[in-house]
Ligand binder design. Structure first.
Ligand code: GLN
Length: 537
């Protein structure tokens, strides 16, 4: 196929309708028909990327192989498609303006007034087509963040309008995701908000081709007809999207509604083959019919908002399926754990994860938790800050360095067992300046980590400024905490494990970003397995 085709996904009526999951599900169906598909997210905020956002604001910050700090929807795209995303897959208003303003300062527009139209919209259109121009994809799905009518997403919608005009109707399709509220008093689904939001899109010059209607009740033929007629779409382009018990059900639901066929038809693309979803269905079957159950604690400071740990949550689901086991997650707030209550908090758990994070809040609770799981031989996985806390705990309670800490929390400590990386010293800007993206790691032979991965060279994604301080390495290893994974270029300790413990591993990187339905991550799979084997006394 020569040029790529573009599908735009907009949202109406309310936010949080699941545009990311619908986009990923459609992409899955098209991919399983033999098309090369990628998904891009346009975010209307002014931050250049979400890396500087508090997780309470925006959920987890997802990191790509090439080190982009991105929206968590990119995690869904990778988990569904099993194809990596990149910097080009997430575009924010901030990054668009940054490019345009830098060009203006460089003199690229000399003599011209720089304006939203055409300069900002031209840059948006360029970013949308970047992925298509690589020649790697037949279809690009572009999800537009926010809700139609928001002032800040207007330039995105205008760019979509222009692109449809430039590329033509058979090269573009617009899906509008909307909500049909159910009024229990009258027992009806209401279509008016959908009609209004389509009207708003029309005001901006964009006619949707497909309406995906979120609903808690089945959408009757009569209602579909009404929506089709008042919103100018084909009857078969009114797609019902019922609340699902798992996000992984959605591709199958969209297949039943023939969303993929309607889109292929609009894009004048051949159906090729029936979607090959055998592996997906096997995954779903195991997800719905677990043979075992396990209780795992997730200790973090953002647990009120589960989206803050989205990828860890999903990686545990994948690992559960791999073990035919339902993983019940106990969300534990690190600020609420202390030496007195830690036994109560951990009671009944078969495994504990200490989560990534930044700053001081909740640190002592994480360290108390790790002391408890270390002393009670409970399976433990520490991720990034969770690994750093395991190092601090060991230094304090086994090596006897009472004031041991990370210089992130205590710059004055006499025992800086976690310290800022040399290359980070002197960096003051906060945005995009951490150690980000993929780095190689060599696994030490004969370790538990080696058994987990079953290979000696791995590549994992990072997002941190601090690292294990090698000055202390010998003391740790002599006392039983060994480095089982090392960065070959810089000798950084990437993984630690305990010799005298049945399953205790801390990783400086984020394995959760790489876990997909098709490729559950070995660290999570083996951690869940070890937890299943742990017997509560
Ligand atoms: N705050 C720590 C660091 O910057 C850990 C970061 C993380 O958990 N992602 O090194």
């Amino acid at each position: 196929m020569s040029a790529s085709k573009y599908i735009f996904v907009t949202g109406g009526v309310t936010s949080s309708l699941g545009k990311g999951i619908i986009s990923a599900s459609l992409a899955k169906l098209l991919q399983s028909r033999g098309y090369r598909v990628t998904i891009q997210k346009l975010d209307p905020y002014i931050n250049v990327d979400p890396g500087t956002l508090n997780p309470y604001e925006h959920g987890e910050c997802y990191v790509t192989n090439d080190g982009a700090e991105t929206d968590l929807d990119l995690g869904h795209y990778e988990r569904f498609l099993n194809v990596p995303t990149s910097q080009a897959n997430n575009v924010t208003t901030g990054s668009i303006y940054q490019t345009v303003i830098n060009k203006e300062r460089a003199g690229d527009y000399l003599g011209k007034t720089v304006q939203v139209i055409p300069h900002i919209t031209d840059e948006i259109k360029r970013r949308i087509q970047l992925l298509g121009n690589t020649g790697q994809y037949d279809i690009i799905i572009t999800e537009i963040g926010g809700t139609v009518g928001d002032i800040e997403s207007l330039p995105f919608i205008e760019s979509v309008r222009q692109l449809i005009w430039e590329l033509g109707g058979s090269n573009t399709a617009v899906i509008h995701l909307t909500l049909l509220p159910y009024l229990s008093v009258t027992g009806e689904l209401k279509t008016k908000p959908t009609q209004h939001s389509v009207k708003l899109l029309l005001e901006y010059g964009v006619q949707p081709d497909v309406l995906v209607c979120r609903s808690e009740k089945p959408v009757s033929l009569e209602i579909r007809r009404k929506i089709a007629q008042f919103c100018n779409v084909n009857l078969n382009a009114v797609i019902e999207s019922l609340d699902a018990s798992s996000i992984y059900d959605v591709p199958i639901m969209m297949l039943k509604e023939q969303l993929d066929k309607v889109i292929l038809n609009k894009l004048k693309l051949a159906a090729r083959q029936e979607p090959d979803l055998d592996n997906w269905k096997t995954f779903l079957g195991k997800l719905k019919n677990p043979v075992n159950e396990v209780r795992i604690g997730l200790v973090g400071k953002y647990v009120e908002l589960h989206d803050a740990y989205k990828s860890i949550n999903e990686a545990l689901i994948h690992a559960g399926v791999a073990n035919e086991c339902r993983v019940n997650i106990e969300w534990i707030h690190s600020e609420k754990i202390d030496a007195k209550n830690v036994a109560d908090k951990i009671q009944g758990l078969q495994g504990v994860i200490v989560a990534p994070g930044f700053g001081d809040r909740g640190i002592e609770g994480k360290i108390e938790t790790i002391k408890y799981v270390r002393e009670n031989d409970i399976p433990f996985l520490g991720i990034c800050l969770g690994m750093q806390c395991a190092v601090i705990e060991f230094a304090r309670n086994v090596l006897g360095f009472k004031d041991a800490h990370s210089t992130e929390m205590n710059p004055e400590t006499k025992h800086p067992v976690i310290d800022m990386m040399a290359e980070q010293k002197g960096i003051t800007a906060k945005g995009g300046t951490m150690r980000l993206g993929e780095y190689a790691c060599t696994i030490v032979k004969g370790t538990r980590t080696a058994a987990v991965y079953g290979k000696s060279k791995i590549v994992e994604r990072h997002r941190h400024r601090y690292e294990f301080n090698n000055k202390f390495l010998k003391r740790f290893e002599d006392a039983g905490m060994i480095s089982s994974g090392i960065n070959p270029d810089k000798e950084l300790v990437e993984i630690v494990e305990l010799k005298n413990h049945s399953w205790f591993i801390g990783v400086q990187f984020h394995p959760e970003y790489k876990s997909t339905v098709e490729n559950p991550h070995p660290l999570f799979v083996k951690f869940v397995k070890a937890s299943m084997e742990f017997k509560i006394v």
